[in-house]
Design a protein around this ligand. Structure first.
Ligand code: GTP
Ligand code: MG
Ligand code: ZN
Length: 355
């Protein structure tokens, strides 16, 4: 039996790549399913025929590894009342962030995303924020597309588009409105026939409204469904929605700050132009401030490089350094703990031997 041939799974994004990685679980009589929603204690998954509740098996919970995330393919055993998730199939792409302010533990926000829509509302275009989300997208492995929302209330959508295009560094830009429907087809087109997208952007940017417009249903609660109670209608969890004409999209709550889990590659990808120029500086550790033979300074003087762009490059570098410093500190603490334990067990042994 081969799962590749199950058409329902294909419409959920299943393909040869996953089938190949699923083979060992197939031998254990487990079946593949895709995680649609994460409710904390349990998950909603789809096995190609129906959606059902599932909980991680005891082994999966205890092995200290990552737990399933929305978009994951998992190996399932059917059981009443909730199926058991025995394993996570290798992820093709993943979005992750730091768990909490001081921790450097990784939390996977969404898995197996093909297209990352970086959403900015016409009311609030912030080029730096877009660059941060773009970095996150490059890191994930998904292809980014920048989406301008609420074009219906933009004074000059064309101007905004140009601004976004310069921030997006070659990434395609779509102009949309959930009110007039502008650009919504183009957005859905990116996901046909069975690709998975994710909407990323600040709270209130119009992510859920776009999904509602794409499905033609009020599936996702948006802010003005009920006017009582501030913040009540903000999206509170991540969920994968199947689109009527093919493809899937994951709604996410707006990240308070793009808490990035970035390595060097993501940075180099997005700032390729800056890095290329920097490679020509006389000193390899040039900080591009007042060093002689600085190619960055020269490019700026010639108008070939934007001051703001260099500043955001620096900002991301600073962020990367602080992430690295925090994870170093964590490793040091763990090391110390380990040595303390060893020292303690040595003491005990000495005592025992001495008796
Ligand atoms: N004029 C206009 N308003 C919009 C549009 N899209 C969304 N809005 C409004 O913007 C507000 C926020 O929309 P949501 O779709 O809830 O935003 P969100 O990005 O899902 O927000 P979170 O769930 O908090 O992350 C609501 O009041 C919407 O009615 C649009 O295309 N045009
Ligand atoms: Mg929302
Ligand atoms: Zn330099």
């Amino acid at each position: 039996m081969s799962f590749q041939t199950i058409p329902q799974l294909a419409s959920l994004g299943w393909d040869d790549w996953f089938a190949e990685r699923f083979a060992p679980f197939e031998a254990e009589a487990l079946v593949p399913a895709r995680v649609l929603a994460d409710y904390g204690a349990e998950y909603l998954v789809h096995d190609g025929e129906t959606s059902l509740r599932a909980v991680p098996s005891r082994n999966l919970r205890n092995d200290g590894g990552p737990l399933p995330a929305v978009g994951d393919w998992v190996a399932l055993k059917h059981r009443d009342p909730a199926a058991a998730i025995h394993a996570i199939v290798e992820r093709r792409t993943k979005f992750s962030r730091k768990v909490a302010h001081l921790e450097t533990k990784e939390q996977v926000l969404a898995a197996n995303v093909d297209v990352a829509f970086i959403v900015a509302s016409a009311q609030d275009v912030n080029a730096r924020r877009i660059e941060r989300y773009l970095t996150m997208a490059w890191q994930s492995g998904a292809a980014p597309v920048v989406v301008l929302t609420k074009s219906d209330i933009a004074a000059s959508p064309e101007e905004l588009r140009l601004e976004l295009e310069s921030a997006a560094a070659g990434t395609p830009v779509l102009v949309t409105s959930a009110v007039t429907g502008e650009g919504v087809e183009a957005l859905a087109d990116q996901l046909r026939p069975a690709r998975t997208g994710v909407l990323l952007g600040p709270s209130g940017a119009g992510k859920s409204s776009l999904i509602n417009r794409m499905t033609g249903l009020e599936l996702m609660k948006t802010r003005d469904v009920h006017r009582s109670g501030e913040g009540r209608h903000m999206t509170s969890h991540r969920e994968l929605i199947q689109l009527p004409e093919g493809g899937m999209i994951i709604d996410t709550p707006g990240l308070r700050e793009a808490q990035l889990w970035v390595g060097k590659d993501g940075l180099a990808n997005l700032f390729e132009d800056v890095e290329e120029i920097a490679a020509q500086c006389r000193f390899s550790d040039c900080e591009h401030r007042s060093e002689p033979g600085c190619a960055i300074k020269a490019a700026m003087a010639k108008g070939e490089l934007d001051e703001a762009r260099l500043e955001s490059y620096r900002k991301l570098q600073r962020e990367l350094r602080s992430v690295a410093a925090r994870s170093d500190a964590r490793i040091r603490i763990e090391e110390r703990r380990k040595w303390k334990q060893i020292a303690m067990s040595n003491k005990v042994r000495t005592k025992l031997l001495g008796r």
